[in-house]
Design a protein around this ligand. Structure first.
Ligand SMILES: NC(=O)c1ccc[n+]([C@@H]2O[C@H](COP(=O)([O-])OP(=O)(O)OC[C@H]3O[C@@H](n4cnc5c(N)ncnc54)[C@H](O)[C@@H]3O)[C@@H](O)[C@H]2O)c1
Length: 323
């Protein structure tokens, strides 16, 4: 039996009730807000950056891929939207700090939204743990995936919360609350065998989100949510996703992920929630039975995500998922 103090703590950490996907949202709530999107040159990050800019936010894209990032920004500016590209390696603290400062100088109106979408695909751990011959020395394992997909998100989160506390300490609770959206993955709930760096990093991002999802009374009252995409056709998966599709796997689109991300960023009734976007046998629809978009129920004090994933398995959401 939980004490009332434990119950209060659990309620604080669990945030708002599970996402109600039927409630309408107003994307124009981001008008005039300053947003930073890492990994905004491609795929899911690009989709979110463009949607924010089209709805009136001032969007700074921090990405390592300069040409693609500049093209996204030119495309937005040509249509009259406000956007900036800052070439950034998210794995470097110094680079991210300078990029945040450049973005804040450009917008000159504080910081309201941060989306941590930069990421790279996994390596295969077996390449470094299976000796090539009896005389082989252990090779030093790669850490790039951990450096970008976890440490990079750690830097982004620290910067976001620092500037939220700097700019929003006295923002009235009725105003648009600053938003941080971390991007984990289904691999943050069930890692693929030996895609160990990716699975560890995505579990790490989920753990980081759990630790920061409830601001305490001494802080700016930000909202922190988590997006957990399943297979999505983007630059990251382009080289191999057709193999899974040929075998019957269902994939989500960037637009499916952007729709879910916008709900998490704009719906002020949604805080400290995690949402999965998986391609489902009947296509992706928000919040309906058998749809691929659902609140993961990643709560403290309940069976949480395990129960929800089992329910979704029973509903057939993951039929053909592995192909
Ligand atoms: N595509 C999927 O199936 C899938 C599934 C689950 C989670 N995700 C996650 O979604 C996020 C977006 O991935 P995506 O599928 O859109 O891939 P993507 O390759 O299309 O986009 C990733 C972006 O991150 C940028 N990036 C990579 N390394 C960087 C670095 N060191 N510094 C700055 N930018 C860097 C890339 O240049 C690229 O623009 C990632 O975190 C990824 O792990 C993707």
């Amino acid at each position: 039996m939980a004490s009332s103090q434990q119950e209060r703590m659990i309620a604080l950490i669990n945030g708002t009730p599970p996402v109600d996907f039927t409630r309408s949202i107003d994307p124009s709530a981001v008008r005039g807000k300053t947003a930073i999107v890492t990994g905004g040159a491609s795929g899911i990050g690009r989709g979110i950056a463009e949607e924010l800019a089209v709805n009136g936010a001032k969007v700074a894209i921090l990405d390592i891929t300069e040409e693609a990032g500049q093209n996204v920004v030119s495309g937005l500016k040509d249509k009259g939207h406000e956007a900036l590209f800052v070439k950034t390696d998210v794995a470097s603290w110094e680079a991210q700090l300078e990029a945040f400062k450049a973005a804040l100088k450009w917008s000159s109106s504080g910081l309201d939204i941060v989306v941590a979408a930069a990421g790279v695909k996994s390596t295969d751990m077996r390449d470094s743990i299976v000796p090539a011959s009896d005389s082989s020395e252990p090779p030093k394992p790669h850490t790039a995936v951990l450096d970008i997909n976890f440490t990079g998100v750690w830097w982004t989160t620290n910067l976001a919360l620092f500037y939220f506390n700097k700019f929003h300490a006295s923002t009235p609770s009725t105003s648009f609350k600053p938003q941080i959206l971390l991007i984990s993955s289904l691999a943050g709930y069930a890692a693929s065998p030996f895609d160990a760096d990716y699975g560890a990093a995505k579990h790490g991002v989920r753990g980081l989100w759990k630790a920061i999802r409830a601001p305490d009374d001494s802080m700016a009252q930000y909202q922190a949510n988590l997006l957990a995409p399943g297979w999505t056709h983007t630059g990251m998966t382009d080289a191999y996703i057709h193999k899974y599709i040929e075998r019957g796997a269902r994939v989500a689109s960037v637009a499916d992920n952007v729709r879910a991300a916008m709900r998490l960023l704009v719906d002020q009734e949604v805080s400290a929630r995690a949402v999965c976007v998986a391609g489902s046998p009947e296509g992706v629809r928000d919040g309906e039975k058998r749809s691929g978009v659902f609140d993961v129920g990643d709560d403290m004090g309940t069976l949480g995500s395990g129960r929800v994933f089992l329910e979704k398995l029973g509903e057939g959401v993951f039929d053909h998922y592995l192909g």
